[in-house]
Design a protein around this ligand. Structure first.
Ligand code: BTN
Length: 243
């Protein structure tokens, strides 16, 4: 399909990430998978990613990459840029990789590494809440989430948005990572405020100051500066608000 990519589209699939992981050996670099309906979507930290056919699941296989963290950051920026271009609304990032429009999560990202010997392949999976009605989020108890349809009042073409996200990501792959990190900092709503870090169930208050060279969250508390990395920490506002 588009851009000479190996683009596979399914009417129904368990998970676009799982498909790429299970078939990695037989698929070329930059294979993209989309589906009308994803029935067993996976989120971060072992969560289920709820979906109906109004959600856009899109995953891309990037072979021989040495840095999955930088790909997570690039993917977040690609989604923000694509939403701004297609929907004409501002998009921001809650560290590490929730995409936020009008204070609601409109997209989640799950990047997974497949390590075989010295080679690391990465699957970047993106789930965008595109056309769901309000009751979808009510039924699934997702008060912090919303769809682009709810925010803009217009139903979107999922394929057009998928194409724009992939185009943006491919153009970022060759960009200088420092530029990408700076754009991430500008878009990141978690920064420049006191936050509550929840690490293995323990809470710690700190000031979120910057994004580190490796995508970590650089924080300061009374004991000085320290960094936390994705996967081990949940971030909330001081009153447990989502930020
Ligand atoms: C999160 O927890 O915020 C990450 C959600 C990632 C969901 C996407 S949908 C496409 C891809 N396939 C999956 O099973 N998960 C990702």
């Amino acid at each position: 399909m588009e851009n000479n990519l190996n683009w596979l589209h399914f009417t129904e699939i368990n998970s676009t990430n799982t498909y790429l992981k299970e078939n990695v050996r037989d698929l070329p670099d930059k294979t993209v998978v989309t589906a009308d309906l994803q029935t067993a979507g996976r989120g971060r930290l072992g969560n289920i990613w709820e979906a109906d056919n109004n959600m856009l699941p899109v995953s891309i296989l990037l072979k021989s990459r040495n840095n999955a963290v930088s790909l997570t950051i690039m993917t977040a920026i690609s989604v923000c840029r694509a939403i701004e271009k297609v929907c004409d609304i501002p998009a921001q990032i809650k560290w590490t990789n929730d995409i936020i429009c009008e204070n609601h999560k409109v997209c989640g990202i799950l990047c997974e590494s497949i390590i075989k010997g010295a080679q690391i392949d990465v699957v970047c999976g993106i789930g965008v809440n595109v056309n769901q009605p309000t009751d979808f989020f009510e039924r699934n108890s997702l008060p912090n989430a919303a769809s682009l349809f709810e925010i803009t009042g217009s139903r979107l073409d999922k394929k057009q948005l998928a194409q724009e996200i992939i185009n943006q990501l491919l153009s970022l792959l060759d960009d200088d990572f420092e530029n990408v990190r700076c754009e991430y900092e500008k878009r990141c709503i978690t920064l420049n405020k006191q936050v509550k870090l929840i690490i293995n169930g323990e809470e710690k208050i700190a000031y979120a100051k910057a994004i580190g060279k490796n995508g970590s969250l650089v924080c300061i508390d009374d004991n000085g500066e320290f960094e936390v990395v994705a996967g081990e920490v949940k971030v909330r506002g001081l009153n447990n608000e989502y930020l």
